[in-house]
Design a protein around this ligand. Structure first.
Ligand code: NDP
Length: 335
């Protein structure tokens, strides 16, 4: 079983030297255990924070252990009555080719229907990123038809779902993304009303002017994935009583501080700003996954994937994703 371990903690930017590829024999299965062959690994921005030994909402990834992460795959051997070889499953198997899962623990291994929806989608639009979009938009921003919602990292796994759900709820959806290709995809394929390339704007005043053009009536809801200059620009255009769902601040994940230029706008515009961690809202997952699954199966929710080939390429693909080299949900294909 080939595995990737975290062997050191980054100082500033993470590098491939923080990871190590090893090969270990697979032990025999004990009662209640299931052996899963991973087909795809999910690479997600939160993993960068787990690499640090810092105070956070979750414990750090331990050194010299398999990197954590969401996985989908196929059961190859089972000593649990609930699973049989051939079952397609989603779990948290980590960066390795096989996982031995104690299936007696509730919820650790979910069977998924790979006939109706492609297996990889269960790591993206019909998985954790999709539920994140659903929760932040519908439970925190709670947009009304006709309102304007802005989302940053708009072409990504989470952002792409946010804008499409907003459109389906009768809102105007504005994306912010890096580069003309991503922006073109967001409007022409995903159907957002507009998308702004933040890389074309040197500062928040310039980006705010572009936002004003795209959203002449102001912004009612902001789904924030990035922080820094992008958030500063959105805040300048927020309407009174606007809502900001603070989902991510990827511009600061390499441990740089991310100053906020005008926090006084929260007061003067009476904004509601709320951070959230989707794994703490398990109660919404069934409802969210039901809607997301139906939309994807019906072709009404689109998504795109960046797929790296082979376990050995996971670290490079992960570091690239943190720099925006992914275009859509970043995965690693193993089989
Ligand atoms: P994405 O697929 O959106 O990939 C990350 C994207 O972030 C990159 O493609 C890049 O897009 C953008 N980016 C990276 N660095 C910067 C930067 N300095 N400035 C602006 N944009 C940058 O990842 P996900 O959809 O998986 O995650 C999106 C966000 O959601 C992340 O912040 C993540 O941490 C957060 N998240 C939070 C959860 C929660 O429970 N709160 C759960 C899941 C995700 P571009 O090229 O457009 O700049």
């Amino acid at each position: 079983n080939r595995q990737i371990l975290l062997v050191s903690r980054p100082q500033g930017e993470a590098s491939v030297d923080n990871f190590k590829l090893v090969e270990t024999p697979l032990p025999l299965l004990a009662d209640g255990q299931v052996l899963v062959r991973h087909h795809y690994l999910s690479l997600d921005p939160y993993m960068r924070m787990r690499m640090n030994d810092a105070k956070s909402y979750a414990a750090p990834q331990p050194l010299n252990q398999v990197m954590i992460g969401g996985t989908v795959g196929v059961v190859v051997e089972s000593k649990h009555a609930g699973y049989k070889p051939g079952d397609t499953v989603r779990g948290m198997g980590g960066w390795q080719e096989y996982a031995i899962v104690d299936a007696t623990q509730r919820g650790v291994l979910q069977k998924v229907d790979a006939q109706r929806i492609p297996l990889s989608a269960y790591l993206g639009a019909v998985g954790m990123p999709g539920v994140t979009a659903w929760y932040g938009l519908l439970k925190l921003i709670q947009p009304q038809p006709g309102q304007t919602v802005v989302v940053s990292a708009a072409s990504g796994a989470v952002g792409s779902v946010v804008g499409q759900l907003a459109r389906l709820r009768g809102c105007r959806a504005i994306g912010i993304a890096g580069g003309p290709d991503k922006c073109h995809y967001v409007t022409s394929e995903l159907g957002f009303d507009a998308c702004i390339d933040y890389k074309q704007h040197p500062d928040e005043a310039s980006l705010a002017a572009a936002l004003k053009e795209a959203a002449p009536d102001g912004i009612d809801g902001c789904f924030e994935n990035v922080g820094g200059m992008v958030l500063d620009a959105v805040m300048l255009q927020m309407n009174a009583f606007g809502r900001i769902a603070l989902c991510g601040m990827i511009s600061g994940y390499d441990s740089r501080p991310i100053p906020m230029a005008r926090p006084q706008l929260i007061l003067t515009q009476r904004m509601r700003v709320e951070g959230f961690i989707i794994s703490e809202h398990m109660e919404v997952w069934p409802e969210a996954l039901q809607e997301l699954g139906e939309l994807v199966a019906a072709g009404r929710l689109k998504y795109r994937e960046s797929v790296a080939q082979g376990l050995e390429n996971a670290p490079q693909a992960f570091l690239g994703m943190l720099k925006g080299r992914n275009f859509g949900k970043q995965l690693v294909k193993l089989v």
